[in-house]
Design a protein around this ligand. Structure first.
Ligand code: 5GP
Ligand code: MN
Length: 338
């Protein structure tokens, strides 16, 4: 964040504001952790702030401090709209184009108040008065930590803020192992532990919460995995029927895509998940090394994200989506054999 933007934020926060904080649709640990961390910070500064999530978030995050305050745009629609209409300042976290908020997009586009974007995805759009965008960052939670530091309030980080930010850094870095994890990430993590984040407890609350449905779906997914050695690629499909058979609940498929990358020689892993209700196939892409799944998702599946982790979707049936994917793979054969 440059000086000008820091001063502009300071100026905005020197007045009482009605703030709304928004993460992306299908919010993950980083999205929920960063919005809650920022919410605790802003309310501790005496600001009125509300979090609105476009839709529900997984059960493994429902222990987080402050989570009961979150408004769900689907479930608390009129209340959420009311807060949006009254807002004088909007923070958007962990995404960089308004389409990522799903049904909230038209309402956000119509708002005539300043937006502040804090995000680490590629190619930010130009909707915010203040854009704090940095693709080198491990997570939006790391950026919220920086944000608080830039405003001179690092010493005021409470145990609640620490727990929220710790959680998002942990989930977005695959527990501190992805290449976006820097020595500074670890220093921030150390300071969050000092401020009251209990690392072992948080890890257990997020990862040791398996349910029968989650494990059965994982089993089904691994059985369905197709390995294409010549493309250094592994992909998984999960049909709506399979999800229903195993009593799918939100969050059950989180992280499954990563299994493909644990195979020797596999650089590109994909999961296709059928969602009959939305009439789409939701896709997650992961890679190791140079191959940019952000580019791949942008070029072929209406998505984007980071170099090594991205998402997208398809509007045609599952089998057809996979066929299209296989067709595209041929064009990347050379890139994938590097
Ligand atoms: P996941 O596969 O875990 O849902 O998402 C991986 C990364 O890609 C995350 O950083 C997520 O925010 C981003 N992402 C997921 N789905 C989409 C999408 O449909 N569009 C864009 N632009 N990014 C996505
Ligand atoms: Mn993130």
């Amino acid at each position: 964040m440059n000086f000008e933007d820091i001063n502009a934020v300071k100026e905005l926060l020197s007045q009482p504001q009605k703030i709304v904080i928004i993460p992306h649709k299908n919010p993950d640990g980083d999205a929920i952790g960063s919005t809650l961390g920022l919410w605790f910070y802003l309310t501790s500064k005496g600001q009125e702030a509300h979090i609105i999530v476009p839709n529900d978030f997984p059960k493994f995050l429902k222990w987080m401090p402050g989570q009961e305050e979150i408004l769900n745009f689907e479930r608390h629609n009129s209340q959420a709209k009311e807060k949006l209409q009254a807002a004088t300042l909007v923070f958007t976290l962990d995404f960089n184009h308004l389409g990522r908020t799903g049904q909230m997009e038209p309402l956000l586009e119509a708002l005539q108040v300043p937006f502040v974007m804090i995000d680490h995805h590629q190619k930010p759009e130009d909707y915010a008065a203040i854009t704090y965008s940095d693709v080198r960052m491990s997570s939006t939670c790391e950026m919220v930590y920086n944000f608080i530091e830039y405003l001179g309030d690092k010493e005021t980080i409470t145990p609640e803020i620490a727990k929220c930010l710790y959680t998002g850094i942990m989930t977005d870095t695959g527990s501190f192992k992805y290449s976006s994890t820097t020595s500074r990430t670890h220093r921030i993590i150390a300071s969050l532990i000092d401020s009251g984040a209990n690392n072992t407890k948080i890890h257990n609350q997020v990862f040791d919460t398996n349910t029968p449905s989650r494990l059965h779906i994982l089993g089904c997914a691994l059985k369905n995995m197709v390995i294409l050695q010549e493309y250094h690629t592994a992909y998984i499909t999960l049909s709506q029927e399979e999800l229903d058979t195993f009593d799918y609940k939100k969050g059950d498929t989180e992280g499954i895509v990563n299994y493909g990358l644990t195979l020797d020689g596999i650089q590109f892993a994909v999961i296709f998940i059928e969602n009959k209700e939305e009439g789409i196939i939701k896709i997650s892409f992961r890679s190791e090394g140079e191959f940019s799944v952000n580019e791949f998702a942008r070029a072929h599946f209406q998505g984007g994200g980071h170099n090594n982790a991205a998402g997208g979707k398809s509007d045609v049936p599952l089998a057809e989506t996979v066929r299209a994917f296989l067709g595209h793979l041929e064009d990347y054969k050379e890139l994938l054999s590097n």
